[in-house]
Design a protein around this ligand. Structure first.
Ligand SMILES: *Cc1c(COP(=O)(O)O)cnc(C)c1O
Length: 399
């Protein structure tokens, strides 16, 4: 039995026990998290593979061999973890699917190396990248500077904008679901505003090249932050990490939730110039001094050292994504080009809500957004070979 915490209905806010600002909150609605393990769960872009064995060892040996570490507060600044993240990024270039793996070690693909190494003082770690984004909103955006962001993107951005009172200046995506580089630049320059977008974009999967983003950075005000959310960059997109040394205003947000098989660990991070990291740390120390717990710090360090394992997972997902998109095309679906661990697709002649329901009846959970312009689409996370074979059978039955 699952005892959910219902969001309070609006009328209850009129009670005197709640603050006036509570009325203005419009919380994020995540994909369903059923207790029922019978569903094939492809609705939250989680990785279908478990964390690597070294991560499990790190957690069990911390709890078993150093239980006092759980009685004490963790390192508030996660220094060992930040050091390991910097080394991990310097080895992989921030694009796991572009790496080749030799003897369990990643070698970055040609053109994906970092020209200047990332140092630990350029890394900030938080309780999921959602928290990192929240602190960034607090530190860098305000009512005076509307935030330029794509119209269809990660649905947490408007939630934070509402929470922090930041007006949004939204820009349509291109036809194929990619952030529109020229239009974003025009809006940013017209409003002298900061920019935030996910690359690859969610929920569409389209991605801009590093060269295109570099051209955007060259054309916009270097005194306004320019945030690229790289939650999915490890799945065959290009990372902008090689540009961090060149552009002081570039902030890159990343997560262990997708490519690092760690959504349950709640670990996200940001790469930026040390003064931005210092600003976010000030916010953190004003809200929650210890956002990353001791077990997660140990697990994150072990995950970083196992880059080859995670690159193998990314390679499997990317290969299967291509085969699955081809399958969908062959069955009369339209599929947007994806550089992420999901596809955004619609079945011609069928409503998205009906596709969602038909798949759910077959025991498959996908994500449908009742949002104008994308209501005919569903977002399907790429799972294991076995899971995708089951999805393909269910989809073939819908022909
Ligand atoms: C999943 C996702 C996140 C959130 O990741 P967490 O680290 O789990 O909080 C951030 N941005 C985008 C675009 C995502 O899809």
């Amino acid at each position: 039995m699952h005892y959910g915490v219902a969001a309070i209905v609006f009328s209850a806010y009129n009670e005197v026990m709640f603050s006036a600002r509570l009325k203005n909150l419009h919380p994020y609605v995540p994909g369903e998290q059923p207790d029922d393990a019978d569903y094939i769960k492809l609705n939250a872009n989680e990785n279908p593979y478990p964390p690597c064995p070294a991560v499990i060892d790190a957690i069990t040996s911390l709890a078993g061999c150093s239980p006092e570490a759980l009685a004490r507060y963790p390192d508030p600044d996660a220094t060992a973890l930040r050091t390991e993240i910097a080394l991990f990024l310097n080895r992989t270039g921030g694009a796991l699917a572009q790496c080749t793996v030799q003897n369990g070690q990643c070698i970055p693909g040609a053109g994906h190396e970092l020209p200047v190494p990332i140092t630990p003082d350029m890394v900030y770690c938080g309780n999921g990248s959602d928290e990192v984004l929240s602190f960034l909103f607090y530190a860098c955006f305000d009512a005076g500077h509307p935030l330029v962001t794509p119209q269809i993107s990660y649905s947490f951005y408007p939630v934070y904008a509402g929470f922090y009172g930041v007006p949004l200046n939204t820009v349509p995506l291109t036809e194929d679901g990619t952030p529109d580089a020229d239009a974003l630049v025009q809006h940013a320059n017209a409003a002298d505003a900061p920019v935030l977008f996910a690359n690859p974009n969610a929920p569409t999967g389209g991605a801009l090249s590093r060269a295109a983003i570099r051209a955007m950075l060259l054309r916009t005000n270097r005194e306004r932050v320019f945030v690229v959310d790289e939650a999915y960059a490890d799945f065959a997109a290009e990372s902008v990490l090689p540009l961090v040394a060149e552009f002081e205003n570039l902030v890159v947000v990343r997560t262990f939730s997708k490519s690092m098989c760690g959504a349950g660990m709640r670990l996200g991070y940001m790469i930026a110039q040390p003064r931005v990291v210092a600003a976010i740390t000030t916010v953190k120390n004003s809200v929650n001094h210890f956002p990353v717990d001791a077990l997660t710090q140990a697990a994150g360090i072990a995950a970083c050292r196992s880059d080859g394992y995670y690159a193998d997972c990314a390679h499997k997902i990317v290969a299967l994504r291509g085969r699955f998109a081809a399958f969908l095309n062959a069955h009369g679906w339209s599929v947007l080009p994806s550089h992420a661990n999901f596809v955004f697709a619609k079945k011609d002649g069928m409503r998205g809500a009906d596709v969602y329901r038909a798949l759910k009846v077959s025991g498959i959970l996908v994500r449908h957004f009742a949002v104008d312009g994308i209501e005919d689409y569903v977002r399907i996370t790429i799972g294991t070979d076995e899971q995708m074979a089951a999805v393909e059978q269910a989809i073939a039955r819908m022909d």
